[in-house]
Write a protein that binds this ligand. Structure first.
Ligand code: IYR
Length: 221
């Protein structure tokens, strides 16, 4: 198939001053994003979730194959089932499976096997990665750079939700195969992250932890 091209649409150049200001404003906004575990039950508008999902859907991906599926859960009954299944996995993780080194790394976050936010928060978004797509006749079409692509789309989603005034938690009960069953997703979809979405509760607390400095995580050549 021969490629077709079109003019780059919507690009507008900026002065150096405007670039610096935009970059700093974005940095300040991103610095205010925190992973939240204390959610309010106040519902969020469907239209906001849809716009944020559309933003995620603009992410770059291997060969532009967009190897992701986002399952949005708002039903209290489905959230309840997810909480029960996730807490069962988490109990096993905290009590049996996690090596001491992992538990030590998690200690500053103060997490445990109880996940009330899975029911309290108004919305859960489960992000699935597709190693291949299935055609209607059953043939498989391979996807490329799947983890990278899905990770980028998830980052776009977290950023869009934050920008829209919502809090998130990237939650990873492990293993997560129970999500295929509860959400009736096909076997070519692997759950990667369960994103908890909502407003923080009025007195939400977050762990006192910091981020690395630029010098600690970047080098310039
Ligand atoms: N899935 C567990 C443990 C956990 C693991 C990591 I890596 C974290 O950054 C946080 C928690 C839980 O959700 O409690």
């Amino acid at each position: 198939m021969s490629p077709e091209f079109e003019p780059l649409f919507g690009y507008s150049s900026m002065s150096v001053h405007d670039m610096q200001q935009a970059a700093l404003e974005n940095l300040e906004r991103m610095r205010r994003r925190r992973s939240v575990r204390d959610f309010s039950p106040v519902p969020i508008p469907d239209s906001v979730i849809e716009s944020c999902l559309k933003a995620a859907g603009t992410a770059p991906s291997g060969a532009n194959l967009q190897p992701w599926h986002f399952a949005v859960v708002r039903s209290p009954e489905v959230k309840h089932r997810i909480r029960i299944a996730a807490e069962a996995e988490e109990r096993e993780f905290y009590e049996q499976r996690a090596p001491q080194e992992w538990l030590d790394a998690l200690a500053p976050l103060g997490t445990d096997a109880n996940k009330p936010f899975l029911e309290v928060a108004p919305c859960l978004i489960v992000i699935f990665a597709k190693a291949y797509d299935l055609l209607p006749d059953g043939r498989r079409v391979k996807n490329y750079y799947v983890s990278e692509s899905v990770g980028i789309a998830t980052g776009f989603l977290i950023q869009a939700l934050h920008q829209a005034g919502l809090a998130t938690l990237t939650h990873t009960p492990s293993p997560m195969a129970f999500l295929n069953e509860i959400l009736d997703r096909p076997s070519n979809e692997r759950p990667t992250i369960l994103l908890v979405v909502g407003f923080p509760s009025e007195n939400a607390m977050v762990p006192k932890i910091g981020k690395k400095t630029l010098a600690e995580f970047a080098s310039f050549h």
